[in-house]
Ligand binder design. Structure first.
Ligand code: B12
Ligand code: SF4
Length: 484
């Protein structure tokens, strides 16, 4: 290869995300941050293009020298097809990401080189090897240096901001301090630290580079390292930012970190409640939730004016057919503003997958259907059909007008109740509109609306009028899956 390399970075999408008829808003929320992170290691002379199939058609008639493809579980099928296409055209194809780390042998068939784990050390090493004409077949982050200190600024110039509702997504850490048995985390970070953060000054510098007011922290657990979080929030105070993020229940109850987050601009938080059953929490290896008073968590956040997106998993071994109505009733009764429900999904590489496989409970390996909306294993306490029907019903019932009204009455003050009503109700009313806006490719025009509405939350918190905040609901979870 010459001095300047033509490099194409691609985030393939699952079919649903490319449908011209109906594409859920969630696929247009966030730009491909992982690929823009990798792009920062390329040479300034390299010719870079970045295509995200969730928001644009991938060009197939080009001739890049190197193709960098990110593989999640549900896009794996499409990722392999694109990899095969470019290899047939003579390009050097590399595959990495969560699914490649879980199933390297499956991915290796479609790639010249595969990457396991986070790639901040291995990708630059590969680029050097490639230029020296001696790339390896496989780079493994296990044993490699693992740090976010001194990482180059993300190549945000490659992201087509106008195609996303939330272009200001950011991650200031990797991983999580916990070890839930269904989570991607332990497999992905195997062989090194499973939770580490940027330096506070570098995280603040990245925030400073982002225009506008609204930020979305995609970190699995923004409050996971209290010292780091304290420094971050102190630095953000006075920046005038409004942000959303994710945390575990125990971190909300501990100390005054959550108050500091609110002072720094936190307005909505994703919380992994997962299940109301202590037996399920034990089996899922989620001690951070065990014995915690979920009601206190909700009251504390509500008192601070922070809206809650509660995450719940259905189909765990101690769930029975009543779990759906029990959970919805609890969430609505407590005034949880939005909910993200999942059908339990054993991802390959996780402890849950190994247990299920040994017990012969995995129904199939069609990764396209491992989307947390489809039953892919034999449940214990109910049939697969009951699980699917109950999951669908939970969404319907949680977002029914009656529930939205009841939820709005669960708050301590009238203004918070109105906020709930406007927020949850606003999403329902606006849902068909999102679809039209996405198709017209003018999503960026909605961003000022989102920012001004979030700013109104700010006013409301200080005692001002009620607001409506669109953008989050059943198809646009406030935190896209699994974290915390
Ligand atoms: C944002 C997000 C989304 C966004 C996608 C936005 C986007 N454009 O990237 C949306 C909302 C669309 C989404 C949807 C879904 N998501 Co999602 N999502 C995330 C989230 C929260 C953050 C991803 C992120 O930006 N990470 C930060 C960046 C810096 O890290 P990274 O992307 O992993 O990239 C690094 C490495 O992986 C590596 N790398 C990645 N690709 C490549 C390629 C090469 C060649 C190399 C060298 C290296 C490399 O280099 C990067 C730097 O180290 C993760 C959780 C998480 N913590 O990762 C879940 C997560 C990725 N999602 C998950 C799932 C299951 C889904 C859904 C299937 C679920 C659903 N019910 O909707 C859908 C389907 C998405 C699809 N296209 O298939 C799972 C994936 C599990 C798995 N084993 O694959 C995760 C891990 C959540 C979880 N805890 O379970 N998601
Ligand atoms: S599910 Fe959440 S709390 Fe558990 S390990 Fe994963 S990111 Fe951490």
């Amino acid at each position: 290869m010459g001095v300047s390399v033509k490099i194409k970075l691609v985030l393939p999408a699952l079919t649903e995300a490319t449908s011209p008829y109906w594409r859920p808003i969630k696929y247009s929320l966030f730009p491909p941050l992982g690929l823009a992170t990798l792009a920062a290691y390329c040479d300034p002379d390299d010719e870079l293009t970045l295509e995200d199939e969730h928001v644009e058609a991938v060009r197939l008639d080009d001739a890049p020298d190197l193709v960098v493809i990110q593989v999640y579980i549900t896009n794996a099928h499409r990722a392999y097809a694109l990899a095969d296409h470019y290899r047939a055209r003579g390009a050097y194809v590399i595959l990495g990401g969560l699914h490649v780390t879980s199933l390297p042998d499956e991915a290796a068939v479609h790639a010249d080189t595969i990457f396991l784990g986070p790639a901040e050390a291995t990708f630059p090493a590969f680029l050097l090897d490639l230029r020296a004409g001696a790339p390896q077949r496989r780079y493994d982050a296990a044993g490699a240096v693992r740090t976010l200190h001194g990482v180059p600024p993300i190549r945000r110039d490659l992201l087509k901001r106008h195609l996303y509702l939330v272009p200001n997504s950011i991650v200031v850490s990797r991983g999580c301090p916990h070890h839930c048995n269904f989570c991607y985390k332990d497999a992905f970070f195997e062989g090194g630290p499973g939770f580490y953060t940027q330096r506070v000054d570098e995280a603040l510098a990245e925030i400073d580079r982002l225009p506008g007011r609204h930020l979305y922290f995609l970190d699995d657990h923004l409050l996971g390292n209290a010292k780091f979080a304290r420094g971050l929030f102190a630095g953000m105070r006075g920046m005038g930012r409004l942000f959303q993020g994710a945390s575990t229940v125990d971190a909300i109850l501990r100390g005054d970190l959550i108050e500091q987050a609110v002072e720094a601009g936190l307005r909505s938080i994703f919380i992994g409640f997962e299940t109301l059953d202590e037996r399920n929490l034990r089996t899922a290896n989620k001690p951070q939730n065990l014995g915690r008073d979920y009601d206190r968590v909700i009251r504390r956040l509500d008192d601070l004016g922070v809206m809650i997106n509660g995450s719940f998993v259905f189909g765990l071994d101690d769930d029975d057919p009543d779990v759906f109505s029990r959970t919805v009733d609890w969430a609505v009764g407590r005034g949880v503003t939005t909910a993200t429900f999942h059908i339990a999904t054993p991802y390959p590489g996780t402890a849950l997958f190994r247990e299920m496989e040994q017990a012969g409970r995995i129904l199939h390996r069609d990764w396209r259907r491992y989307d947390t909306r489809t039953v892919v294993f034999s449940p214990r306490g109910m049939s697969a059909a009951q699980l699917k029907a109950g999951y669908d019903r939970a969404y319907r019932e949680f977002y029914a007008w009656g529930s939205v009204l009841r939820g709005s009455q669960a708050h301590a003050t009238v203004s918070r109740g109105l906020k709930h009503l406007a927020y949850a109700g606003g999403w329902k009313r606006l849902e068909p509109m999102w679809d039209r806006v996405i198709r017209s490719r003018h999503l960026s025009r909605m961003r000022p609306v989102l920012e001004s509405v979030l700013a109104t939350v700010d006013v409301l918190q200080r005692g001002g009028p009620a607001e409506a905040r669109p953008g989050l609901g059943p198809d646009a979870p406030a935190q896209p899956q699994g974290a915390a």
